[in-house]
Design a protein around this ligand. Structure first.
Ligand code: URA
Length: 430
């Protein structure tokens, strides 16, 4: 039996007492945890120490690198095209990847969008796309490469288990030990997967507000800066946009209904905020790919983005023209008085959609594609008494009471429109 060079308890104590952990000790901790030598209890304790004490920039870089080293590194160097990916820290009604990936591909850039499934109140891109009959999330690396090399250019698929396996194990542990919201842990988790994926460039959509991981913009900025530095130091051209997640994005929260809304955006329409954010992120991605003047609005309005979407869906076995599932049961909430919608908090709407069946409580659960919420008004809209405000959809009406409970106190009809700013608040560069 080989002798381990460090002792987990020493590493935990060093961080617990506020010190920095040396590079070899940190690398060993991550590797030994992935091998099963360091126990879940020890790693949970270490994660809590990081949560409480933080990490220096150099430690975060080493942690990220150590997580990458536990798995494979993909490379698209022989593709002959620039590759640009996007990552969102997650929000309510965030379907932007769906219109964005095919839109960017219109300009000859390859988009290797490795995506996840939803857990808790934030939805997952793969869950949304799986509401399209026939669409397949799992691709081999060769299939992914071939799709990116072809005229299709964009791929949205599940990240294989080979990328940063340490993160997979650690993220599951953090999820059940109250250690998710630590900036060093979030930044290393996200960036280990993105750097291992081998993209040339990356745009981060870092959200702040009631429906986001980071409630306030200062913490979101710190997270964004940390991730931009990690990407840049690893040779991935990385920028971030700080975007508002206080109000649900668009009018659809769920799975099939979010696909419908994405298709509206691809047809040149859709809610203004979804279109605005899609355009902002596409511009950012294309700037990193060397095309700062690409006319992305024209591509949405003249059908090229829609053609690109259909090609991407077909390439993965889906029928882009098929009917999407619709709910058996609906429940409409109406305005109790005349006035203006003055508040609509993203988080309760995310929780309500989850309780309706759009999300999962455990990783092994399946989602109900047709479950979710369709908004008929947003903050700032004038409504009259009795006018529908939003519709809940579910497979079973027994789901409505707990969803309605989550929504209690989460919206308001007042006398005037709330103050609102642009959805993109700041741009963070290296
Ligand atoms: N997404 C991730 O992949 N990791 C985190 O820690 C948080 C969000």
């Amino acid at each position: 039996m080989s002798v381990e060079p460090f002792d987990a308890v020493d590493v935990i104590r060093a961080k617990r007492d506020g010190g920095a952990v040396s590079e070899p000790a940190l690398r060993w901790m991550v590797d030994a945890y992935t091998r099963g030598y360091v126990s879940d209890a020890q790693m949970a304790s270490f994660a809590m120490a990081v949560f409480q004490r933080g990490m220096e920039r150099d430690e975060i870089r080493v942690l990220t690198d150590a997580m990458i080293a536990t798995g494979e590194r993909m490379s698209f160097a022989s593709l002959g095209k620039k590759t640009v990916d996007k990552h969102s820290t997650g929000g309510v009604g965030d379907k932007i990847t769906l219109p964005l990936a095919p839109l960017v591909a219109v300009f000859g850039v390859a988009v290797p969008q490795l995506s996840g499934r939803g857990l808790g109140h934030t939805g997952g891109t793969l869950d949304k796309l799986e509401s399209i009959p026939g669409w397949r999330a799992s691709l081999t690396n060769d299939e992914m490469f071939a799709q990116m090399q072809s005229d299709v250019g964009a791929v949205i698929c599940a990240a294989g288990s080979g990328l940063a396996p340490a993160d997979k194990k650690l993220y599951a542990l953090r999820d059940v030990t109250g250690t998710v919201e630590a900036i060093p842990l979030i930044a290393s988790s996200i960036m280990s997967k993105k750097i291992a994926e081998g993209t040339d460039a990356l745009v981060l959509d870092v959200k702040f507000g009631s429906g986001a991981f980071m409630q306030d913009i200062d913490r979101a900025r710190e997270l964004a800066r940390t991730m931009v530095a990690l990407g840049t130091d690893s040779g991935v051209a990385t920028t971030a946009l700080l975007t508002d997640m206080n109000v649900p994005l668009g009018l659809a929260i769920g799975n099939a209904n979010e696909v419908r809304e994405s298709v509206e955006v691809l047809a040149g329409g859709g809610p203004a905020d979804v279109r605005e954010l899609t355009i902002a992120l596409a511009r950012e991605m294309l700037t990193l790919a060397g095309q700062p003047d690409a006319d992305v609005e024209a591509a949405l309005d003249d059908g090229r983005a829609m053609d690109s979407w259909k090609a991407m869906i077909r390439a993965q076995g889906g029928d882009p023209d098929a009917e999407l599932p619709t709910a058996r049961e609906t429940h409409v909430v109406t305005a109790p008085a005349d006035g203006v919608v003055s508040r609509m908090d993203a988080l309760p709407f995310g929780i309500a959609a989850w309780r309706l069946g759009a999300g999962r409580a455990r990783a092994e659960d399946s989602v109900i594609f047709e479950a979710g919420i369709d908004l008929h008004a947003k903050p700032g809209d004038r409504v009259t008494q009795g006018q529908p405000l939003f519709t809940l959809s579910a497979a079973d009406e027994a789901r409505f009471p707990r969803a309605l409970e989550a929504l209690e106190g989460s919206w308001e009809i007042g006398d005037s429109a709330p103050e609102s700013g642009p959805i993109v608040r700041e741009r963070i560069t290296a």
